[in-house]
Design a protein around this ligand. Structure first.
Ligand code: DC
Length: 206
C-alpha cells in the first residue's frame, strides 16, 4: 500500500506523514529531504544551486546516508532545495530512488509535492494538504523560533510566497493535487484532527 501526501511548504504534511507511517507500521520518506540534500551538497562544495549540470550530478550521486546529514532543515538548505527542485534533470535522476522506496512491504508513506502526480500515480491513497499562506507562515515562524533561529514573520511570509510560486509554477512536476487526490485543508484543524481524518480515509481504502 502506498500513501502519497503532497502539499505546499508548512501545510502540515510532514507531521501527518510521520504519524500515519508510525501508526500503520509503514516506511516513511520525506522527499523534501532529497532535494534539500542535493541543494546542501552544492552549497557545501561552493557551487551555485542553479548550476544544472552540477545539480544533476549531485542528484545522481545521492545516497541514503546523505538524507541523514546535519543542516538539511536550515533555511539555506531549504532555499537551495527549491532551486534544484526546478531543474528537470535533477527530478529525473531522483525518480527511481523514490519509487524503490515506495515499493517496500508492508507499505510506505511518501510526502512531497509530486508524489500523487508523478512518482506514484497508482498510490492507494492520495492526499493534498493545504492551509492558508498566513497560517503556514505562522507555523513556519513558530517552528524557527522554537529552534532558536532568528526570523521575522514578514520575512518568513515573503519567503514562503516566493517558494510557493517556484514550486507551483515550474514546468516539471509542479506542486498541485492529483485529479484523484483528496484535498485536506488544515487551516482550522489541530494536528490530531488532521491525523484522525487522514486515518479514516486510509482505513476506508484498505
Ligand atoms: O517539503 P520541503 O520544504 O522539505 O521541500 C524542500 C523543497 O523541495 C521545496 O522547495 C519543494 C521541493 N520538493 C519538490 O519539488 N518535490 C518534492 N517531492 C519534495 C520537495
Amino acid at each position: 500500500m502506498i500513501i502519497a501526501i503532497d502539499g505546499l511548504t508548512a501545510a502540515g504534511k510532514g507531521t501527518l506523514a510521520k504519524r500515519l507511517a508510525a501508526s500503520l507500521g509503514f516506511h516513511h520518506l520525506d522527499t523534501g529531504l532529497i532535494y534539500r540534500a542535493v541543494g546542501a551538497k552544492l552549497l557545501a562544495g561552493g557551487a551555485d544551486p542553479a548550476d544544472a549540470a552540477r545539480a544533476e550530478a549531485a542528484a545522481r550521486a545521492l545516497e541514503p546516508a546523505d538524507l541523514r546529514r546535519e543542516g538539511l532543515r536550515s533555511e539555506a538548505a531549504s532555499r537551495a532545495a527549491s532551486i534544484v527542485a526546478a531543474i528537470p534533470g535533477v527530478r529525473a535522476a531522483l525518480v527511481e530512488f523514490q519509487r524503490r522506496f515506495a515499493r517496500q512491504a508492508p507499505g510506505a508513506v511518501l510526502d512531497g509535492r509530486d508524489i500523487g502526480t508523478v512518482i506514484c500515480p497508482d498510490a492507494t491513497v492520495k492526499l493534498f494538504v493545504t492551509a492558508s499562506p498566513e497560517i503556514r507562515a505562522r507555523r513556519r515562524f513558530d517552528e524557527l523560533q522554537a529552534r532558536g533561529e532568528s526570523a521575522t514573520y514578514p520575512a518568513v511570509f515573503r519567503d514562503l510566497q516566493e517558494r510557493d510560486a517556484r514550486d507551483q509554477a515550474r514546468g516539471t512536476a509542479p506542486a498541485k493535487p492529483a485529479e484523484d487526490a483528496i484535498v485536506l485543508d488544515t487551516s482550522a484543524l489541530t494536528a490530531d484532527q488532521v491525523f484522525d481524518r487522514a486515518l479514516e480515509i486510509v482505513r476506508s481504502r484498505r
